[in-house]
Design a protein around this ligand. Sequence first.
Ligand code: DHB
Length: 394
Amino acid sequence: MQKRSFLHAALAAGVVFAGSAAMAQDSTFRIGLILPMTGQQASTGRQIEAAAKLYMAQNGDTVAGRKVQLIVKDDTSLPDVTRRLAQELVVNDKVNVLAGFGITPSATATAPIATQSKTPEVVMAAATSSITEASPYIVRTSFTLPQVSVALADWAPKNGIKTVVTLVSDYGPGIDAEKYFKERLQFNGGQVTEALRVPLRNPDFAPFLQKVRDARPDALFVFVPSGAGAAVMKQFLERGMDKAGIRLIATGDVTDDDQLNDMGDGALGVVTSHHYSAAHPSAANRKFVEAFGKANKGMRPNFMAVGGYDGMRVIYEALKKTGGKGGANPSGDALLAAMKGQIFESPRGPVFIDAQTRDIVQNVYLRKVEKKDGELYNVEFDVIKDVKDPGKTK
Ligand code: DHB
């Protein structure tokens, strides 16, 4: 409570951090990167931190004459902690940008702070459609679940899948995935016969999978957040669901590049839709994957890493555009304006930050798990170009 009233009082007194005289003397540009570095979402934090550091190593830590400082904080995926860290970063560290946000509740908990302090909030991971509506200062470089789920609901009925049971984590992105997959599948003449939701924290998939086995749909559609996919795959195979003729289809969060290669050959043939695969066959991606591996003991980047890498790109380019004048840092409003409308080639393919929605427009790929050079990859076999978040048109 005390910290909150301090922030409110400071804001009410007109202490606009970015424009104050003290800031003019200190031209360091600070990025507060709040990530889950421990706990259930730790792989998200590890991937995004590594990607942000790679971006800085490749592009230097001086931009438009400003020294760029990255301040990494671990929120352990608890939104109350995210909010407290965001307040401290704005008030004490005087960050110019807040970034990161491993899960939806962390991104939305920070939104009021971004709005009140006029600090851009670059969401690099969280993917519930409505996040960008929580503050006009939010810009997203990850993806949305509606964006990737619809493509799979178009693919499934054309490939012999008419009845589907959905299984999602019971919070924002899962509910988005369930809703948009179901609506589109029904529109295409298919049917969701049962919609199951599993808790986000410490999920036990066994009782849910037993239900799916008994229901005998053509396929099981799954969304779980990054880091939980391997457990789903293991239990799916252990229960012999594939042998019972139930296909597994999912958003790419399940066949996460961070875990895929350890899932075993049982994962072969699983079809998913997503915006990034480490196997994306472009020169830009090959360069990215190689540099990321080199800097991180062979680690393969996943879609979280790409959200972080591109988020840094959006921040750097905004600073280049606005930071070159007067010896002072740009205002949050100027930075935000320069983030909107950026178009560039990401390792995932061409992307665009829609100026109206501040959300990312990107290609969505259909992929199948295949073995390449002895390793499991999500190999892209179809693309839907320039997909906007369908959640924004409702
Ligand atoms: C979210 C988190 C994830 O790890 C993911 O893969 C998708 C969405 C989220 O909380 O928004």
